[in-house]
Design a binder for this molecule. Structure first.
Ligand code: 9MR
Length: 339
């Protein structure tokens, strides 16, 4: 009987505990970036609610989508997601108040003087965070502010407001919703390197001077067939959490070469599963790595094929919502007895 049950578990992984049930036993969050427009698709909504206990809008709370004209906001798509999250007892993250991409034309082509740009940003932070106060528990306040060499990226914000714009945004964010956790979020800063050194120095300085910063988001857009520096990632997480910060994995995906129908080889799917397992392990081993989030969850909808032609299949579920080896790797790692 027991052997039969075990066999069923192996053959039908979905009959066991879901990722969110396992994550809840670890008191951690397993999240996914979501396009609210797909919530009407039954398998999309059912998979999301069954497997995840955290959501984040993939685009809906970025500056352009949420603040399309100077005097008007569009909260409808993110409100739809917030209602879904409430209905299914999921936590919600916000992404992102300041970035150099997906800004509306009225902002990028407005030729605003520094005082006016500053007032626009202050008002934006107040309005968006005020609207979602009590619904969004953590915000990526600033996204991708550094270049890979650790210098500050030229953006509408750094050029218009000067390098202190990051701490100013964090202070305004704290005033707008004092209960929200405030994150700085970036890519290619997972392991120890010039970019993560710059982020670490900034975080250390902010902690020393009392600038409100609660955590660092490590995006983790990875590809199989590259060597993943797990130990260096763990060391980076440790130095950040030693400052008293949380770390969250915010945008994990592992892209694979695919054929014209979007199908990857079995070998690459196996390599991908090892990477998913390794990242989950690095996060679970740190008590202050408080969320593990993937950038989407089904290969049906992912930014990868659009941005990297010839690549895809980067997520936990295939295009038909079937669980992949990466899903089983995540699940195995979250099983209480396995570490
Ligand atoms: O997945 C997002 C895609 O739908 C958008 O077209 C794109 C626009 O720049 O942004 C993607 O999300 C990005 C995220 O907001 C920040 N980190 C990198 C992500 C992938 O580009």
């Amino acid at each position: 009987m027991i052997r039969l049950a075990l066999l069923c578990l192996v053959l039908h992984p979905l009959s066991g505990q879901s990722l969110r049930e396992l994550a809840e036993q670890h008191k951690t969050r397993i999240g996914a970036a979501v396009a609210p427009a797909h919530l009407g698709e039954e398998p999309y909504a059912a998979t999301l609610a069954r497997e995840f206990n955290q959501v984040q809008p993939e685009n809906a709370t970025k500056f352009g989508p949420v603040h399309p004209a100077r005097d008007s906001y569009n909260f409808v798509p993110a409100d739809t997601l917030a209602a879904f999250a409430r209905e299914h007892q999921m936590a919600m993250r916000g992404h992102t108040l300041l970035w150099h991409r997906q800004n509306p034309r009225w902002l990028t082509e407005g030729n605003f003087k520094p005082e006016e740009l500053s007032a626009i940003l202050h008002e934006h932070i107040n309005s968006v965070m005020g609207h979602f106060a009590g619904q969004i528990y953590a915000w990526d306040v600033v996204n991708e502010a550094f270049n890979d060499d650790g210098t500050l990226r030229h953006t509408i914000w750094s050029d218009g407001l000067g390098p202190a714009y990051i701490e100013q945004a964090l202070r305004w964010a704290h005033e707008a919703d004092p209960k929200a956790l405030l994150f700085y979020n970036d890519y290619s800063a997972e392991a120890i390197n010039a970019k993560s050194d710059a982020i670490y120095k900034m975080a250390q300085d902010f902690k020393t001077r009392g600038v409100p910063l609660d955590g660092i988001g490590l995006q983790m857009h990875l590809r199989a067939r590259e060597s993943i520096p797990f130990e260096s990632m763990a060391a980076n997480i440790k130095r950040l959490t030693d400052l008293g910060l949380q770390v969250q994995i915010t945008e994990l995906d592992v892209r694979l070469p695919v054929d014209a129908s979007g199908v990857a080889s079995r070998g690459d799917l196996g390599l991908q599963a090892l990477i998913y397992r390794g990242i989950a392990r690095v996060c679970l081993l740190s008590a202050r790595c408080t969320a593990l989030q993937t950038w989407g969850f089904t290969d049906k909808y992912s930014w990868i094929p659009g941005e990297y032609p010839g690549f895809g299949a980067a997520l936990l579920f295939d295009a038909n919502y079937g669980p992949k080896a990466s899903y089983n790797a995540f699940r195995d790692l979250l099983m209480p007895s396995i570490k």
